[in-house]
Design a protein around this ligand. Structure first.
Ligand SMILES: Nc1nc2c(c(=O)[nH]1)N[C@H]1C(S)=C(S)[C@@H](COP(=O)(O)O)O[C@H]1N2
Ligand SMILES: [Mo]
Length: 396
């Protein structure tokens, strides 16, 4: 039986294994990685360190050349320092209760008896790209690496809830994991979804990422997957699902992770929203991975422009690329289609015929026509980042 045991000592050692980052070779998209420190945590490769307690690690953009983000390179984000470092699968149970006909206590073997579902979906932190906000906002200074594209396998949440049996009057479903607040004053991370969202077909309780058990830091032994929605709902090291007959009132939904209740989820910079709603679907976005900024390019030599694009679960219709700062736009070739929740790679071959500086840009549109703004849309928490970014390159 698989267990994960990452002792406190291992964690501290990992957190100590911090090396100065010498060359990340990027500008300006990688500027945020430049001068940042790298750290190697258990089951992870060298990642960009934001904080070690709680662990917050960002993926270097070079990993996004691959369609699927390797488990060891996927970003890590925990809110509170009491993260699980050792879970014995023979003891772990997923409890389901509250406003249900039955209470369930599912072992991993029980969970695996439900129909097995596999799909690829982008996982992205609500604050991905926050460090690019202007004017700046408070919060974790993520570059563009708080995301990844992973193939998840698990049991449908709907099947689990149906097996417990929802009683009449159900409004919300809440999700809690094994992480514990360091002090009683810190609110435990509990998230909730409206019951009709929780009962949609595509939500799963995943026990595998890319065909392997979840890494400890990415939520071993099981986590919620809400494809198309920001990862704040993707509760890790899941232990309790509670069906509620009253609206959920917890801090992480009622107070935190909210966006202005406007069409764009944005307001004029520096102002305070009149009304807010819980963050939900991801915005459509794209990112050029190659060439990275400050790449020295050679006159008349073909340049393979490559990047990734995704939407809030509606697939990608097209991605346009500009090599002249947005004056002219060209159609790109899209890579394999791994479903509406996956990202799509895009490719464009460019042959620069004049020396000088060029601003490369990409702009994605999803299947219902939602695209990306040219000016950053602002909200006080620094969520929903999807501005068309510029990669400056020099041709000699
Ligand atoms: N139990 C638990 N689950 C959690 C969190 C957390 O702090 N505790 N953070 C959420 C947030 S905000 C994000 S962005 C994702 C990060 O998932 P990852 O660490 O696998 O990349 O986990 C989500 N699930
Ligand atoms: Mo997040």
């Amino acid at each position: 039986m698989i267990s994960r045991n990452l002792s406190r000592r291992n964690f501290l050692r990992a957190a100590g294994a911090v090396t100065a980052l010498t060359a990340v070779g990027g500008f300006p998209a990688d500027l945020f990685a430049y001068k940042r420190r790298m750290a190697k945590f258990p089951e992870k490769t060298d990642l960009i360190l934001l904080t070690s307690r709680p662990p917050q690690l960002e993926t270097p953009l070079s990993y996004f050349r691959e369609m699927i983000t390797p488990n060891e390179a996927l970003f890590v984000r925990w809110h509170i320092s009491g993260v699980p470092t050792s879970i014995d699968l023979s003891e772990w149970r997923l409890k389901v209760g509250g406003n249900t006909e039955k209470e369930l206590e599912l072992s991993m073997a029980d969970l695996k008896k439900f129909e097995k579902v596999t799909f690829t979906a982008v996982i992205q932190c609500s604050g991905n790209g926050r460090s690019l906000f202007a004017p700046p906002v408070a919060g974790g200074e993520w570059g563009d690496g708080a995301m990844g594209n992973v193939t998840w396998t698990g049991a449908r949440l709907r099947d689990i809830l149906n097996s417990a049996g929802l009683k009449a009057g159900t409004v919300d479903v809440s999700f809690n994991g094994l992480d514990k607040p360091p002090l009683p004053t810190v609110p435990d991370l509990v998230k909730s979804l409206p019951a009709d969202k929780a009962m949609e077909e595509d939500l799963i309780v995943a026990y595998e990422m890319n065909g392997k058990p979840l890494t400890m830091l990415n939520g071993f032994p099981a986590r919620l997957i809400v494809p198309g929605w920001y990862a704040t709902y993707w509760v890790k090291s899941l232990s309790d699902i509670t069906v509620l007959s009253k609206p959920f009132e917890g801090f992480w939904v009622k107070t935190a992770y909210r966006i202005p209740e406007t069409d764009c989820g944005c307001i004029p910079p520096g102002t305070t929203p009149k009304k807010t709603v819980p963050i939900n679907r991801m915005t459509t976005r794209s990112l050029i991975i190659d060439p990275s900024g400050s790449s020295g390019l050679t006159l008349n030599k073909p340049v393979a422009i490559m990047g990734v694009a995704f939407s809030g679960g509606r697939g990608v219709q097209d991605v346009l690329v500009s090599v002249d700062g947005g004056k002219r736009w060209e159609e790109t070739r899209l890579g394999a289609d791994k479903g509406k929740y996956s990202w799509r790679q895009f490719f464009y071959e460019w042959r620069p015929t004049k020396p000088g500086r060029y601003d490369l840009m990409a702009r994605a549109t999803d299947t219902i026509g939602e695209s990306q703004p040219f000016e950053g849309l602002w909200n006080p928490a620094g969520y929903l980042w999807n501005k068309v970014e510029k990669t400056e390159v020099v041709v000699k």
